[in-house]
Design a protein around this ligand. Structure first.
Ligand code: SF4
Ligand code: SF4
Length: 99
């Protein structure tokens, strides 16, 4: 599954540098994948690009963003449920392109 940042985010920025997939972006910033740029998903607080989040599978035993968030506002995204196998396949696909 991908994770989701809720509107309880206080914009501290602690999670963004911890993501091995560069899936976390500041609100209002565009996100990019494989050399293409896409419009911001959220404008007021940090957000996770679902196509890039592997729940840290393939890198770490636990989601690094959740581990550092001081207000515990990062949750499972109910709109993007994936199995561990699917997440590993996603990670391997990301390995082949520019994250
Ligand atoms: S769970 Fe891991 S891959 Fe997903 S946004 Fe958080 S740090 Fe990045
Ligand atoms: S660590 Fe938590 S509060 Fe800080 S920017 Fe990330 S989601 Fe928001």
């Amino acid at each position: 599954m991908a994770l989701l940042i809720t509107d309880e985010c206080i914009n501290c920025g602690a999670c963004e540098p911890e993501c091995p997939n560069t899936a976390i972006y500041e609100g209002g910033s565009s996100w990019s994948l494989s050399g293409k740029t896409y419009a911001s998903i959220i404008n007021d607080y940090f957000y996770i690009a679902p196509d890039k989040c592997t729940e840290c599978v393939g890198f770490h035993n636990e989601p690094q963003c959740q581990a550092v968030c001081p207000v515990d506002c990062i949750i499972v995204d109910p709109g993007h449920i994936e199995t561990k196998e699917e997440l590993l396949t996603k990670k391997e696909s990301l390995d082949l392109i520019e994250r």
